[in-house]
Each structure stands twice: as C-alpha cells, then as structure tokens.
Design a protein around this ligand. Structure first.
Ligand code: NDP
Ligand code: N5H
Length: 257
C-alpha cells in the first residue's frame, strides 16, 4: 500500500481481538504511518488490546476505556485525548451490540428493551462520539463507521440489528450534513460477513459465507484487510470529495439478487 497518513492521528474504537474489523483498520492505518488511539469497552479486553497495539510497527501509546452507553465516559475519553494529543484527524467507529435472543426468529418479537439497547450501542453511539470529537478535529477530519447489508434489506436473523444499521446509515447522512462545514466527512463501510467474535454463535454463518463465494461478483468473501484499506482511503486526502456515503466492501454481493 502506498497511501500515506504520516502525521495524522486516528481513534479506533472496537478492537476486541485480532479478528475484529477494527483491528484490520488499525493495521492499515499503521502501515500508512498514522498514529492510533485505541478505545475499548470491556475491561477484559484491555490487556489484549494493549498487546495488539504494541505489536504494530508504529508507537501507539494510548489505549483508553470508552463505554459508549455512558455519556460521561465518552466525554472523559475525548478530554483525555484532547489533553494528551490535541488534534485528531478521524475516528473508526466499529461498535455494535444486540442481545443474542433478538438475533433469531421473527423481528416481530423484538422487545422494547432489546430494541433500545441495540439502537443505543449500535447507532446513537456514533452521534454521541461525533459530538465529543468535533472539537478535536480542528484540521478537518473523517469519521468512518461499519454497517451491514441487513440495514438495507431484510436478511434472516439480523432483525433488530438491521433496523439499528438503517438508523446508523441515516445518522451518517445527517452528521455529514452538520459536520461538512467543519471539513469533517462522515461515511460508512458496508462490510461483507467476516468471522469475528460478534459473528460467533451465528448458526448458519458457514452457509452465508458459502453463498457469497458462489454468488458475489468477485466469488470470494471479504477480509479485514479489504475493509481496513477502504477505511484508510476514507481517512485520506484521496477521498476528500466523499461524505454521507455508504461504500460496500463486500465482493459486490449487494448488487446480486
Ligand atoms: P467484534 O466483536 O470484534 O467487535 C465488536 C465491538 O463492539 C467490540 O470491540 C466491543 O467492545 C464493541 N462494543 C460493544 N458494546 C460496546 C459499548 N457499550 N461500548 C463500546 N464498545 C462496545 O466484531 P466486528 O469486528 O464484527 O464488529 C465491528 C463492527 O462491524 C460492528 O458495527 C458490526 O456490526 C460491523 N459489521 C460486522 C460484520 C461481520 O461480518 N463481522 C459485517 C458488517 C458489519 P468490547 O469487546 O470491549 O465490549
Ligand atoms: C445475518 C447475520 C447473522 C445473524 C445476526 C448477527 C448479528 C450480529 C451483530 C451483533 C453486533 C452481534 C452481537 O451483538 C453478539 C452479542 O449478542 C454476543 N457477543 C458478545 O457479547 C461479544 C463477546 C462482544 C465482543 O460482541 C459485541 N458485539 O460486543 C449477520 C452476519 C452474516 C454478519 C454480521 C456478524 C454482521 C454484524 O453486524 O456484525
């Protein structure tokens, strides 16, 4: 990869382990020479994220807690970043959650609690984070979030997460509308299925992957590296005219069927 992000700093939210899509993004940013600030939610992941950060080429000092359900935690996180680093140039928001019971059977059975939890963590958090980060992107910036095809069409079992992703994709457009005047761009990447910790426990994941191998224009599945490189592009000057967009990094599967 020849793209250079030297001298730029990005906040990567949502590395749980080396399979995380956020980790693919971190590796692409590291290769491009960027500085990375990692945030995590679960304390049980702190040590692992620290070790992963240390395994990269660059010297990425900061691994900070940031539970996105807590406004105070988000504020503290970005205050620390402001104090320690000052200016940032972008954020990779790679965060979603829904209760397991909501990710099977009929969407119709979604509970009020399950609906609100999924929307809180998977959609509202982007807005909450953008609000706190705006003041740190004084040289312009780029915010990238991750979505899935289930936000555009009904897909079996994706259920409330599909509705939350539709809300996330609409938030991308409204945030792009608000933040464009500050030279801050906001886009999403719609990734093809990737086997991560979140995807664990999805019963028919193998069937889903096989169907993509058979039907997607590129006849193969999506990798963390492909999503990472697309994110690096969205973080770079090369994408300076793109905002409010949803880029599918899915071997072209979204145009099939
Ligand atoms: P991971 O399980 O690796 O990452 C999910 C992350 O969400 C974890 O790091 C987790 O942090 C974080 N998270 C959950 N709750 C909170 C919270 N309250 N505050 C802060 N962070 C939280 O899975 P993926 O890499 O697959 O998921 C990343 C994104 O990619 C998600 O938005 C997902 O919907 C999207 N995506 C995934 C696809 C796939 O096939 N895997 C396809 C398309 C989109 P912690 O572990 O610290 O709790
Ligand atoms: C159509 C599908 C398959 C069915 C739906 C899967 C939806 C997955 C998304 C959410 C984010 C998964 C989730 O919240 C899992 C949790 O209930 C349990 N897991 C955890 O708590 C782990 C430990 C932590 C790290 O996970 C999180 N999220 O915090 C979609 C798939 C083909 C593609 C896919 C997997 C999409 C996606 O959005 O992730």
């Amino acid at each position: 990869m020849t793209l250079s992000l030297k001298g730029k700093t990005f906040v990567v939210m949502g590395v749980a382990n080396k399979r995380s899509i956020a980790w693919g993004i971190a590796r692409s940013l590291d290769q491009a020479g960027a500085a990375i600030i990692f945030t995590y939610a679960g304390e049980r992941f702190e040590k692992g994220v620290r070790e992963l950060a240390d395994s990269l080429e660059g010297d990425h000092k900061y691994v900070l807690p940031c539970d996105v359900t807590n406004d105070e935690a988000i504020r503290e996180c970005f205050e620390t970043i402001k104090k320690e680093v000052g200016v940032i140039h972008g954020i990779a928001h790679c965060i979603a959650f829904a209760e397991k019971e909501e990710l099977q059977g009929e969407y119709l059975n979604t509970t009020r609690e399950g609906f609100l939890l999924a929307h809180n963590i998977s959609s509202y958090s982007l807005t909450a984070v953008a609000k706190e980060a705006r003041g740190l992107m004084t040289e312009g910036g780029s915010i990238v979030t991750l979505t899935y095809l289930g936000g555009e069409r009904i897909l079996p079992n994706y259920n409330v997460m599909g509705v939350a992703k539709a809300s996330l994709e609409a938030s991308v457009r409204y945030l792009a509308g608000d933040l464009g005047k500050d030279a801050i761009r906001v886009n999403s990447i719609s990734a093809g299925p990737i086997r991560t910790l979140s995807a664990k426990g999805v019963g028919d994941f193998n069937t889903i992957l096989k169907e993509i191998e058979e039907k997607a224009p590129l006849r193969r599945n999506t990798t963390q590296e492909e999503v990472g490189d697309a994110a690096a592009f969205l973080f770079s000057h090369l994408s300076r005219g793109i905002t409010g967009e949803n880029i599918h990094v899915d071997s072209g599967y979204h145009i099939v069927g």
